[in-house]
Design a protein around this ligand. Structure first.
Ligand SMILES: Nc1nc2c(ncn2[C@@H]2O[C@H](COP(=O)(O)OP(=O)(O)OP(=O)(O)O)[C@@H](O)[C@H]2O)c(=O)[nH]1
Ligand SMILES: [Zn+2]
Length: 314
């Protein structure tokens, strides 16, 4: 006999994972079986909505097509757009070219991931673009790859991918083993193509990048959690996309906590409330002058801090 998480005995209860939610139904995976479930009215009363990624307790009702979600286990994290829960790892994707990478955009995703307490992998996709010989475009792609490696490889694992030809995926798979990962990155960097490589049967559609805007089409409509490897419990979220992050979700004091290298140097600041902008005796300014913190990362921090401060003035 299994127990509900609140200790109520329930003869037909199982613990499971919501892997899909469509049209009021939740698909809950428990062992090898997926149960189609409805949520108990109590969730509506309490204004709680179960999300893909939630661990739940379901009651399997004999001779009934549908089961019932009767309880939800505590979440590690949750997101509104897309509406998913319990992301273990963010795979933050940039492209070597088309679109050109923007460190500030990567840094915003990094803040989102750090704030949510997930593991992080940075993927530089479209690395094949650096391969064609003697072309200006290839040179630029090569430069971009070097730039990103310089900024990020001392902070997070950085993997070069060519998802067109399936290169770099063994390394990526090692880094996401046993975790439920979600892809984040701006439109057109190749998130759907990467997803298709990780789990071919996902069948995510990939949009063609239009020549003009260099942006891909949005193709994924609902969220789903796919298993990549049953043995290790490796999973990946197929979602409509973590394509941007609003830094205003972070507080002014809190922001520095999401830049590990800034936090590390902040220990040496004279003032405990130092924001590392122009204060005397700032450990971050010192680390910056000694090239221990990258200028690009520091600029991102200051620009995000400004954005947060300005939003407070109105
Ligand atoms: N050369 C090259 N092209 C790639 C690679 N990966 C993806 N592409 C192309 O880039 C375009 C965009 O890829 P998608 O996978 O749709 O990008 P996305 O990040 O999912 O885009 P959104 O759905 O708009 O968020 C497609 O035309 C892909 O064929 C790669 O490694 N190399
Ligand atoms: Zn400081």
């Amino acid at each position: 006999m299994k127990m509900k998480s609140k200790g109520v005995k329930c003869s037909g209860c199982l613990e499971g994972l919501i892997v899909k939610g469509i049209a009021g139904f939740y698909y809950v995976k428990s062992g090898d079986t997926v149960y189609r479930c409805k949520a108990r009215g109590i969730f509506k009363q309490r204004d709680i909505k179960p999300a893909v990624g939630d661990k739940v307790v379901i009651e399997v009702i004999p001779d009934n097509d549908d089961s019932l979600i009767v309880d939800m286990l505590p979440r590690k994290n949750s997101f509104i757009r897309p509406f998913v829960a319990n992301v273990d790892c963010f795979i933050i994707v940039a492209a070597a070219a088309r679109p050109s990478p923007a460190p500030i955009v990567i840094d915003k995703f990094l803040v989102m991931a750090e704030k949510s307490g997930t593991d992080i992998v940075i993927c530089i996709n479209k690395c094949d673009m650096a391969d064609s010989l003697q072309s200006k475009k290839a040179e630029k792609a090569e430069e971009n790859i070097e730039l990103l490696k310089n900024i990020y490889s001392s902070l997070y694992p950085v993997v070069c991918l060519d998802s067109k030809n399936g290169i770099g995926f063994d390394e990526l798979k090692k880094l996401i083993k046993g975790k439920a990962s979600a892809l984040a990155g701006p439109s057109g960097v190749g998130k759907s193509t990467i997803l298709n490589r990780l789990i071919p049967e996902a069948g995510a559609e990939t949009g063609k990048v239009s020549e003009k805007s260099q942006r891909g089409r949005h193709t994924t409509r609902h969220s789903e959690l796919f298993t990549i490897d049953v043995k290790t419990g490796t999973m990946i979220f197929d979602t409509p996309g973590f394509t941007s992050f609003d830094v205003l979700e972070a507080g002014e004091e809190e922001l520095q906590h999401f830049f590990p290298e800034i936090m590390h140097s902040a220990a040496a600041c004279r003032y405990s409330n130092c924001r590392h902008v122009a204060e005397p005796g700032c450990g971050v300014a010192k680390a910056l002058s000694e090239n221990k913190i990258s200028e690009s990362r520091y600029e991102s921090y200051v620009s995000m801090l400004d954005e947060i401060k300005k939003s407070k003035q109105y």
